[in-house]
Design a protein. Structure first.
Length: 255
């Protein structure tokens, strides 16, 4: 059930209540009008005016209710669309920040060629700031989806995908917390082979076996984008796309 459905059901009940009251009032006033003697002109005109006023008032109330209900549903749909677009934008920005950090780590964080090479600590520290920010953002998005399921039509499908992405980055962050401190000892040289999560992070997309950055993060990001795009298409009354769930987002390329 969407947020709009939750609000429309009480609205339908009120509509039928107003309708029943309207019919009852018209029936009562009509019966009273017909029962009057046409010779009693004052009461006759009073009943006639009462019927007219009652019909106009109740009709106006029902019309106002229908219009306000439509405006309310329209505002709710706009809110839902805005939230979905904002979530899609946040997820994409988080993914792009991570991809940039991955490339910077290859360029500035390694002294030599993977897999067995020393790690340049200044470069490692710099890129981990972006990775930590991306992980925290995904954690926040996952929480938003979990606590606002009525807003996200595909919350059930989104949650495990977001968990996969956030968990992948969380392993890199956890490794940084565990290993970075010991490298402050001048006698210790931190090497890429010592950092299993980081080794996977910087591995080429075409490596065999395929890096978990691709299977647990990049491909999952594409699935998440498609799920949210399909929700937006359905809200607009369109037909969801049927592209492959693991298809990369248009205009992007993972290396």
């Amino acid at each position: 059930m969407t947020r709009g459905d939750a609000f429309e059901k009480p609205g339908r009940r009120l509509f039928w209540v107003f309708g029943a009251v309207f019919v009852a009032c018209v029936a009562f006033l009509t019966s009273y009008y017909q029962a009057l003697s046409h010779t009693d002109e004052l009461m006759f005109e009073f009943a006639k005016a009462a019927i007219q006023i009652g019909v106009i008032s109740l009709a106006g109330t029902i019309i106002d209710f229908l219009v306000s209900g439509y405006e309310r549903r329209l505002a709710q749909r706009r809110y839902q669309e805005d939230l979905l677009r904002s979530t899609l934008s946040r997820i994409t920005a988080s993914y792009n920040r991570t991809k940039a950090a991955r490339r910077q780590m290859r360029a500035r964080g390694l002294q030599g060629e993977p897999p067995d090479c020393p790690v340049r600590l200044s470069g490692y520290d710099d890129i981990m700031g972006d990775v930590i920010d991306a992980q925290l953002e995904l954690e926040a998005i996952k929480s938003d989806v979990g606590t606002s399921k009525s807003i996200f039509p595909s919350a059930k499908a989104l949650e495990p995908q977001l968990t996969s992405m956030e968990s992948y980055l969380n392993k890199i962050v956890g490794e940084y917390e565990d290993e970075r401190g010991r490298a402050d000892d001048p006698a210790v040289e931190l090497r890429l082979n010592d950092l299993k999560a980081m080794s996977d992070f910087v591995a080429k997309a075409k490596s065999e076996p395929k890096p978990r950055f691709i299977t647990d993060y990049a491909d999952v990001h594409s699935k998440v984008r498609q799920i949210i795009r399909n929700d937006l298409i359905e809200l607009a009354g369109g037909k969801p796309e049927k592209t492959s769930a693991a298809e990369p987002a248009k205009g992007t390329k993972t290396s």
